[in-house]
Design a protein around this ligand. Sequence first.
Ligand code: SAM
Length: 245
Amino acid sequence: MQIAVISLFREMIDGYLSVSVLSKARERGIFSVDIYDPRDYTTDVHRTVDDAPFGGGPGMVMMCQPVFDLVAECNPPKPMIALSPGGRRLDHSLAVELSALDGFTLLCGRYEGLDQRIIDQLVDFEVSVGDYVLAGGELAALSVIESTVRLVPGVLGNAKSSSDESFADGLLEYPHYTRPASFMGLGVPEVLVSGNHALIAEWRKAAALYRTLVNRPDLIKARGGLSEADERILAKHGYSYKVSE
Ligand code: SAM
């Protein structure tokens, strides 16, 4: 997978991708990241990338010329995705879609954002990481990269790690516990130390359902509510709940 990032702050992207699981995946050639800085494609001595908005108002706008020239010269991989608070919300299904691609480019805005002509002419779609405003697209781009690349086979040590996780089957994940079995008088659910793997799997499903019912009832609704089997295992494992309207 070939990823390109267009950013005025190369070091933010490079720094984050130089550690942990993404760095290892990069070293193993599972994905590559090329970072392009629009400032390298400016034509004036001050290397200007922004200007005041037509019509007045606060802040500065990222100019067309450096980004258009960068794209013409470097031909970064399509689709071109601009990070924007107004874009499609990043979620698990978008990460799955992106993880199936051979590559894509992430265009990070700064200041008040990009000149609309960049979006109209060069961008295939926009992505948001949530209903709040960041100072720039870099954190958002890194969220897109990490959520996507960790779904590519071979990136995580254990392939089941990502298929078991929250959202993979429309539910939040079940809770985890590790040694010791008793810590400051706090135990762990007995079933987890029973050695009965079928029962453990069933408890995990019940715990995932319960956690989703409590924290994200919208996800239960999106699955069409609880099935009879869901209700049965919730009751069997002692979870009582009330489905909110
Ligand atoms: N003036 C813009 C608005 O009100 O929608 C906000 C611009 S923001 C300060 C600068 C850049 O940060 C944006 O161009 C975008 O690239 C990035 N950004 C900010 N919030 C974001 C979000 N929630 N999701 C994705 N990108 C975001």
